[in-house]
Design a protein around this ligand. Structure first.
Ligand code: MG
Length: 256
């Protein structure tokens, strides 16, 4: 059965906790859910806690240009890549549900990118595609926020993708998902702008995990945003951006 795991804080306490979310109640755990953690016995109504990014990854490994329709609409490539295009976002870019995305002074154009995120549950080094599922802990919503003008200007993507607040993640991790065919939507101020099924990915998730594990060791908690469907566009101050994924839920953030 699919479970939902969160990270959270409680008002008046500086500690943060991982938790199991069941029927609007958060049961706190004594460690990350991908370890042999146990319930502490403490529980809270979900509306009384602050949900945090549901993982603290050692690295965020993103896949670029992984949907044909996005490639066709993109100015970063003329045709689909022959092998996965990978890039990194720093862990310092992560924010949680409800946190604000901040437009950097250096950029005139900041875009949303709604993406399905894979969370690693077990160390993976040079594994085969057929083993990949054993290394997945679960799935979450990610917004791969991008300073589009700087992405073009720099020729590589570290600055454009790496600003603080440019990686909203959450609101939770679901452990079981028909990941090969779910709807991924990017919704700007209530209007659906992106709508693509993961069945339209150029490189599927087991292939991506195997491929990445041949480059760098994946460790529990690592986050892999798997690429965005067509329909990216800029955000402006006051906009609300929602990443909605079938079987997971909605991640909402505002542009400051
Ligand atoms: Mg992206």
């Amino acid at each position: 059965m699919s479970k939902k795991f969160v990270r959270f804080g409680v008002s008046g306490d500086r500690a943060t906790w991982y938790g199991l979310l069941e029927n609007d109640t958060v049961h706190s755990l004594d460690g990350p859910p991908w370890e042999e953690s146990r319930m502490t016995g403490k529980k809270y109504p979900v509306e009384q806690v602050t949900l945090l990014p549901p993982t603290e990854p050692s690295k965020i490994i993103c896949i670029g240009l992984n949907y044909h329709a996005h490639v066709a609409a993109s100015q970063s490539a003329d045709e689909a890549p022959e092998y996965p295009l990978i890039f990194l976002k720093p862990p310092s870019s992560i924010i949680g549900p409800g946190d604000k995305i901040i437009q950097p002074a250096q950029s005139q154009r900041v875009d949303y990118e709604a993406e399905l995120g894979v969370v690693i549950g077990k160390r993976a080094k040079s594994i085969g595609q057929d083993q990949a599922e054993d290394h997945i802990f679960g799935f979450t919503c990610v917004n791969d926020v991008t300073a589009r003008d700087l992405q073009k200007k720099d020729g590589q993507w570290s600055r454009a993708k790496g600003f603080d607040t440019f990686c909203p993640v959450g609101p939770w991790i679901v452990t079981d998902l028909n990941y090969s065919d779910v709807l991924v939507e990017g919704i700007l101020n209530g209007e659906v702008k992106q709508s693509g099924r993961t069945s339209l990915m150029i490189f599927n998730i087991p292939f991506l995990i195997s491929y990445l594990s041949s480059v760098m060791t994946l460790v529990p908690g690592d986050l892999i945003p798997t690429g965005t469907p067509a329909g990216i566009a800029p955000m402006k101050s006051g906009d609300e951006i929602e990443v909605k994924i079938e079987g997971i839920g909605s991640l909402k953030n505002m542009m400051a």
